[in-house]
Design a protein around this ligand. Structure first.
Ligand code: COA
Length: 184
């Protein structure tokens, strides 16, 4: 459990359709683009990510009310859903990242990217990517700070990617190459 500013935060992986549905509904108001919530889209989207993606949430664990001895409902701070199953291209893909409005700019977005990065690396992925709306300036700024670069674009969106780990710069420098060259 992480303790930030005296508050307790835990990271949980969600697997069931019910848990994932609940988390997405709780974060709906904080989304930049709400098209996935449209009727006929939402259920199919949740079913797909429950089956193929990895979904993690950061939860603010609230203490018991000492007077009534009842527990406060834990609050979901943010969520990330990503695929790390393309073994051919070794490309992991973030299909959703969102931090609740009131908790933004506290470092939780960075923590969620860190979860996707380490998990994707463990599964042998070499790049991590996502699509972002061209008008989502906050999002683009955030991803650039996290080391993503614009890779391609379509009408209203950019595809941004990040190398996992970064490409080996050392080999551009012949002296460092001699130091770090493979032994065999
Ligand atoms: C994009 C998004 C996920 C970023 O999450 P976040 O939690 O705000 O991100 P972070 O806090 O990790 O970093 C954002 C900024 O807060 C700053 N920050 C990090 N920790 C901080 C702290 N403890 N105190 C103050 N600022 C902090 C970061 O340096 C960064 O600053 P910058 O504005 O100068 O770049 C969030 O804004 C969001 O959910 N947006 C709506 C949904 C969305 O657009 N999702 C992306 C769809 S593609």
């Amino acid at each position: 459990m992480n303790i930030i500013n005296g508050k307790q935060f835990i990271v949980c992986q969600l697997n069931s359709i019910d848990e994932i549905t609940q988390a997405f509904l709780e974060l709906k108001d904080s989304q930049f683009d709400r098209t996935i919530y449209e009727e006929g889209v939402f259920n199919a989207f949740i079913k797909k990510i429950a089956q193929f993606a990895n979904t993690y949430v950061i939860i603010h664990k609230k203490n018991k009310d000492k007077e009534t001895n009842s527990s406060y409902k834990n609050e979901i701070i943010g969520l990330i859903s990503f695929y790390a199953n393309d073994e051919e291209k070794k490309h992991a893909f973030i299909t959703m990242i969102v931090v609740k409005n009131i908790w933004q700019k506290h470092g939780f977005g960075e923590k969620l990217i860190e979860i996707a990065k380490s998990n994707s690396l463990k599964k042998g992925m070499e790049t991590l990517g996502l699509w972002v709306h061209k008008e989502n300036n906050n999002g683009i700024h955030f991803y650039k700070k996290q080391g993503f670069i614009i890779f391609e674009q379509k009408e209203s969106q950019y595809k941004m990617i990040k190398y996992l780990p970064p490409p080996p710069q050392t080999y551009n420098n012949p002296f460092l190459f001699l130091l770090f060259r493979p032994l065999f």
